[in-house]
Design a binder for this molecule. Structure first.
Ligand code: OGA
Ligand code: MN
Length: 234
């Protein structure tokens, strides 16, 4: 099921190979934004131009330290039991994801369930029907996610993910103009939310360790586990 979610995006992946560093223009993402969050935003969003930042702004959110270290531990222990039985997959060159194993989970212990309730409360509209099982993706240190768009057939307008064990950089690239990009710094224990245009009109991926830079700063990629909630298409 989960493999299906992203296999549909192959065409998108193919045209996205290029050197993004060539387009690393600086941008001050807080400058054009009013309100108390403006400074915060700069800590986690960096893009090739003001224009592209304006397009995703409001459709993208990263909440740093969304879970505590203790909660991260509890989540990790609970997902580890499902992951342990699987082997990391490396050699499917056609896949959007390299160096990973994954599982899904429907039933959670009390602590995890309450974390997931908080995720759902901030990420999804109250009446939005959700994809039942939560997706757990374990990326090896050498693993990465190529640019793709999640299946529009199986997933709705919103994708919300918790990042465990490692910081990482998620790159969004507009589907129709792939010289532009927006990088999101997904710090360990953060929650990211992709909505609407950011989810439908941009590809997203997680950079491999060698390419993992945010605003020119190296972001070492260790093993990373994401816990991803999605809603259903309407
Ligand atoms: C996916 C995906 C991102 C993440 O599995 O489709 O984009 O945070 N995952 O692991
Ligand atoms: Mn995805």
């Amino acid at each position: 099921m989960m493999a299906l979610l992203i296999r549909v995006s192959k065409q998108v992946q193919r045209k996205s190979f290029q050197n993004p560093l060539l387009y690393r223009l600086s941008s001050e993402c807080s400058a054009s934004r009013k309100g108390p969050e403006s400074k915060e935003e700069c800590k986690w969003m960096f893009g090739s131009s003001q224009e592209i930042l304006a397009v995703v702004r409001g459709h993208v959110e990263v909440r740093q330290n969304f879970i505590s270290e203790e909660e991260e531990n509890v989540l990790f222990k609970e997902v580890e039991t499902g992951l342990r039985k699987k082997r990391y997959e490396f050699d499917h060159w056609d896949d959007a994801i390299h160096g990973y194993r994954e599982t899904e989970r429907l039933q959670w212990g009390v602590t995890c369930e309450s974390i997931l309730r908080r995720v759902r409360a901030v990420a999804f509209p109250e009446d939005s029907p959700l994809l039942g099982p939560v997706h757990v993706l374990d990326l090896d240190k050498d693993g990465y996610i190529k640019p793709h768009i999640d299946s529009v057939k199986f997933c709705g307008s919103t994708i919300a993910g918790l990042s465990l064990l490692s910081d990482s950089v998620m790159r969004l690239t507009p589907e129709n103009k792939s010289t532009d990009w927006v990088d999101l710094l997904l710090s360990r224990r953060s929650l990211y939310i992709l909505r609407d245009d950011a989810r439908f009109k941009f590809t997203h991926g997680i950079l491999k360790d060698e390419e993992s830079f945010f605003s020119g700063q190296k972001v070492p990629r260790h093993r990373r586990i994401s816990v991803i909630c999605r809603n259903l298409p309407v």
